[in-house]
Design a protein around this ligand. Structure first.
Ligand code: ARG
Ligand code: ZN
Length: 862
């Protein structure tokens, strides 16, 4: 009876405009868990208080709960249900409502609520998982003080953790023990957490600016303890950074992180007890690449920063998700920029935005960073809410300047501490603290779509005039767009002198058309615009002949210099895809001088070498044939590899001096350059690359080198590839995170027969649909490899649709993440587009589909 899956014919949408404050508040809750994977009993004691004058009943959310008893003020009550909610009529201003339920963690494959993972019991409550633990008003604007008592078998579950501080504990009957925890900070139920199991801990401590001692713990399986050092360092760095940069100090006596291997997302910021996907905690030289190390640090920082941006000040409703996620991503990005190389971090951020968010904004699932409606909120944990949300905060800082921005965030945290608020409240705080009028800027919260900015510089009579226009394309539900506020960091660079003839300033574009004059510019000038990617827009600049070539070697802003090289390549690639002739020479010249520069660091060189992705190219066109896109890009890579052969060989050889023990920007940059140069050598001469990659694989001292060599071998194929894949598997078969790489590398090969390999891998004994990391490693990697995924016969689409349907029966929220690649059909030539549509139609026709997949598939068909 518990297993019946609701199969709504047409699940209802929830609208932001319908928000109403809660009828009942729950100032305090006491929970008691008799933990057992097969059947856990949860007793909840809610102190409820009527919120305002009304006579409405208390309504509690619940899902897959077996109700054992219900009492109000100590009296047993017969339960009434309505629309899946438990309805409790109450007469007074307050009451004590007690429930007892049974839940089944062992069969909880959705990984929401209380579930079992590798012998542990753990929770995930954001967004609406708490209702799978007990009856409760499961919404973020109901904040409660929590007291939690956990009891479990002492042998199997020696460690019992929850939010806040441990206050009591002891032995119980029949080999059980118990612990009681209390969290002094009122919190929404999505921040509740508990963990029980056999865990080892890496302990450390941090002294806050005001001199309080915080005990830190990272809890993992015993075998993984040696891999927690990097996360611990990142945690301490984050704590110090947030004090320095935002004046935010940690507020509890302990901060715990637990790593679990079955997890729907990256990590979760539960108050004082962050729960992480192992992938973002564990790292050592043998098993983690530089990218993994960086991701661990960034996610640790992200979750830690949520303690203020999310927990102390939380969201009123889930439409406000970007209030905490956009702000927290911006904070973790700033942290990474401060700890590493600003330019390199920024390039990575923009690459992610273009790969994940621009396509979303241009497709059927486009939504503003503050959506207006949803069917299933889990589908809105998107690159738009997170990454574009972060860009919006970055623009606010650019417009206000760092000092006013800081005054604004100080006011925000002070004014709303302990409250559940809206995006509007955040903007209001910035406005009040700075005196800036952000009326028009607010459109970034309500309008979807990526603005396109056209720019043209005209020079006359000792001045330069910048002509700007903007337009934002229609998106679902939003036909007409108003002009946005677009902060464009702009400088003019003398064509001959190479110096800035107009120093950088922020040009604020607010109208559909606007001109800006730069006086006293006599020398012919190059336009350097949207420097540091100051606005998340598509720039289309009318350039004079030779202008991009000049900027590519002389722009004084690193990001803009990178962009010039990208634009140069993009221009030629788009020409080639359109059937024109590609001029490789300007691209080759720009890359040659980049490679040979003594001033540029290796990471920048590596980034500059990577041509615009196939996804980005497809985005710039109304419609394209993925195999043409792939061929044109590959041909240019081969031309570059051939023309720059000796420079690439030199750079490849020189990069071997990277110190394997070191994670400095220089050493990570050298390894990145090694991978990029190897890629070009392979494009030019697969035989030579095969030899180099095989040697690199055998001699690898870091996972970074081993993984990139393996990827290259898998790409060029042959017996060396099979041998390396076999050796890699043998060496790492006990380590799930590395086996994920093994699946991912093979599914990422840009080749027509990758689908056959992927189908075989899906039958591999190590493959399971139940583990989100493994599923992402195979299906996610494959769907992100356009040339492989878009095989002309549609076999890739069919496979993905099958996977989505099978995964939906296990874990709808993760299954739904794989739908968007099929929704890109409008951008694909008609033959494949029809096949993509029919895969979506087949998904929609399946009986018992979840709301999650229904929403994504129906919107994708549009
Ligand atoms: N708040 C988490 C973060 O740090 C993500 C949680 C996502 N979970 C979900 N069920 N949608 O970004
Ligand atoms: Zn977050």
């Amino acid at each position: 009876m518990l297993d019946i899956r609701t199969a709504p014919v047409q699940p209802a949408a929830i609208h932001r405009a319908d928000y109403r404050p809660p009828d009942w508040l729950v100032p305090a809750i006491a929970l008691e868990f008799d933990l057992d994977p097969a059947r856990t009993v949860v007793r909840a004691r809610l102190e409820v208080a009527r919120n305002g004058e009304h006579d409405r009943a208390l309504r509690l959310d619940g899902e897959e709960l077996e109700l054992l008893s219900l009492a109000v003020d100590g009296q047993a009550v017969d339960p009434q249900f309505e629309d899946g909610q438990l309805v409790v009529p109450l007469t007074g201003a307050s009451a004590v409502v007690e429930t007892e339920v049974a839940i089944r963690p062992q069969v909880n494959t959705k990984l929401m609520g209380l579930y079992a993972s590798g012998g542990l019991l753990c929770t995930q409550c954001e967004s609406q998982g708490f209702r799978r633990i007990t009856w409760f008003p499961d919404r973020p604007d109901v904040l409660s003080r929590y007291r939690v008592r956990m009891s479990a078998d002492r042998q199997r579950f020696p460690v019992l953790l929850s939010n806040g501080n441990p206050v009591d504990g002891g032995e119980g009957p029949d080999g059980t023990h118990w612990a009681q925890w209390e969290d002094p900070f009122p919190k929404p139920c999505y921040l509740f957490a508990l963990v029980a199991g056999e865990l080892s801990v890496n302990r450390d401590s941090f002294t806050t600016a005001s001199g309080r001692e915080v005990e830190l713990g990272i809890w993992v399986r015993e075998d993984d303890l040696a891999k927690t050092g990097h996360a611990m360092r990142a945690l301490k760095d984050s704590m110090a950074w947030d004090e320095r940069t935002y004046g935010r100090e940690y507020d509890l006596d302990r901060f715990n992180i637990v790593a679990v291997s079955d997890f729907n997302f990256g990590a979760m910021e539960n108050k004082g007890l962050n729960i992480f996907n192992t992938r973002y905690v564990l790292a050592d030289r043998e098993t983690a690449s530089d990218a993994d190390f960086d991701a661990v640090a960034a996610v640790v920082a992200h979750e830690y920063f949520h303690n203020w941006s999310g927990n102390r000040v939380t969201c009123r409703d889930w439409f406000q998700l970007s209030l905490k996620e956009g702000l927290t991503v911006f904070r973790d990005q700033s942290f990474s920029e401060d700890m590493g190389s600003q330019a390199v971090e920024r390039i990575d951020q923009v690459r992610t935005l273009r790969a994940a968010q621009f396509p979303e904004d241009a497709g059927p699932l486009a939504h503003p960073i503050r959506p207006d409606s949803y069917i299933e909120i889990t589908n809105f944990y998107t690159a738009t809410v997170y990454n574009k949300g972060a860009e919006v905060i970055r623009m606010l800082r650019t417009i206000l300047g760092p000092d006013d921005y800081r005054r604004g965030t100080d006011l925000y945290f002070e004014r709303y501490d302990g409250q559940a608020v809206t995006c509007e409240d955040f903007v209001q705080a910035l406005e009040d603290a700075s005196g800036h009028d952000l009326t028009q800027f607010r459109r970034w919260y309500s309008q979807a779509g990526t603005p396109t900015i056209r720019a043209r510089l005209v020079q006359e009579d000792g001045a330069a005039v910048l002509h700007l226009t903007q337009s934002t394309p229609p998106t679902p539900g939003q036909a007409d767009k108003l002009p946005m506020v677009v902060p464009l960091r702009t400088a003019l660079i003398g064509r001959e002198s190479g110096r800035e003839v107009a120093g950088e300033q922020v040009v604020l574009l607010t109208e559909a058309e606007q001109t800006v004059r730069f006086e006293g510019v006599t020398e012919p000038a190059l336009l350097s615009i949207n420097r540091d990617f100051s606005a998340p827009v598509i720039m289309q600049v009318e350039r004079a002949a030779g202008e991009l070539e000049a900027l590519a070697i002389s722009d004084t802003d690193s990001f803009a210099r990178y962009e010039a090289i990208q634009e140069l390549a993009l221009r030629e690639l788009l020409k080639g895809i359109g059937g024109g002739e590609v001029q490789a020479d300007p691209v080759i010249a720009a890359l040659r001088s980049t490679l040979l520069s003594n001033a540029l660091d290796p990471a920048f060189k590596a980034d500059a070498l990577i041509l615009p992705s196939e996804t980005m190219l497809a985005e710039r066109l109304d419609q394209s044939d993925p195999s043409v896109v792939h061929r044109v890009r590959d041909d240019l890579r081969a031309a570059i590899g051939t023309a720059l052969r000796s420079e690439l060989e030199d750079a490849y050889a020189a990069s071997s001096r990277a110190d394997p023990e070191s994670l400095t920007g220089e050493d990570k940059g050298l390894r990145r350059l090694r991978a990029a140069t190897l890629g070009y050598l392979a494009a030019a001469d697969p035989e030579r690359a095969r030899a180099l990659a095989a040697a690199q694989f055998d001699a690898a001292r870091t996972m970074t080198e081993r993984q990139s060599a393996l990827g290259m071998l898998a790409m060029v194929g042959g017996s060396e590839a099979e041998a390396a894949l076999g050796a890699f598997y043998e060496r790492f078969k006990g380590d799930p995170l590395v086996i994920d790489k093994w699946f991912g590398v093979q599914a990422s090969v840009a080749a027509e027969d990758t689908i056959e390999r992927v189908e075989a891998l899906a039958a591999h004994p190590d493959f399971t649909l139940a583990n989100p990391n493994r599923l992402r490693a195979l299906a996610g990697s494959f769907a992100a490899t356009p040339f492989a995924f878009h095989r002309a016969d549609g076999r890739g689409y069919e496979w993905l649709a099958d996977v989505i349907l099978k995964a939906d029966a296990i874990n709808p929220q993760t299954a739904a993440r794989f739908v968007p690649p099929l929704g890109r059909w409008r951008k694909v030539e008609p033959g494949r587009a029809a096949l993509m549509r029919s895969a979506l139609e087949r998904i929609l026709a399946a009986p018992g589909l979840s709301k999650d997949v229904f929403e994504q598939a129906s919107k994708s068909l549009g």
